[in-house]
Design a protein around this ligand. Structure first.
Ligand SMILES: [Cu+2]
Length: 109
């Protein structure tokens, strides 16, 4: 169990580094493949007990989903501390183990 925790920590550090790269890209006017994967959304609810976010999202092209308000799991519980209800965000959602999961999230500018 402790081993698993270490792996999760390592993965989330990797994610943080990846999002730093994304922020650097965001300052350039031209789009990149990195940017294309991110979708716009607005946080409607943060459920720390369940590890879930309710997001009003725009089209999710990678999932073939139109805009709607729905609940997502988060890949990393630390994401729940980064956002609050009403925040405008850019995020990446993907199917992880059959569940729609936020795999990256950042504040929208
Ligand atoms: Cu949806």
């Amino acid at each position: 169990m402790k081993q698993l925790h270490k792996i999760i920590l390592a993965v989330s550090i990797g994610c943080s580094l990846a999002s730093v790269g994304t922020v650097a890209y965001a300052q350039q006017p031209s789009s990149s493949t990195n940017q294309a994967a991110m979708s716009d959304g607005e946080i409607k609810k943060v459920d720390k007990d369940a590890g879930k976010l309710t997001i009003k999202h725009g089209e999710l092209k990678n999932l073939g989903m139109p805009g709607m308000t729905m609940v997502f799991k988060v890949q990393d519980p630390a994401m729940l501390d980064k956002v609050k209800s009403g925040d405008k965000v850019r995020f990446v959602a993907d199917k992880v183990g059959g569940a729609l999961t936020v795999t990256a999230i950042e504040a929208a500018k």
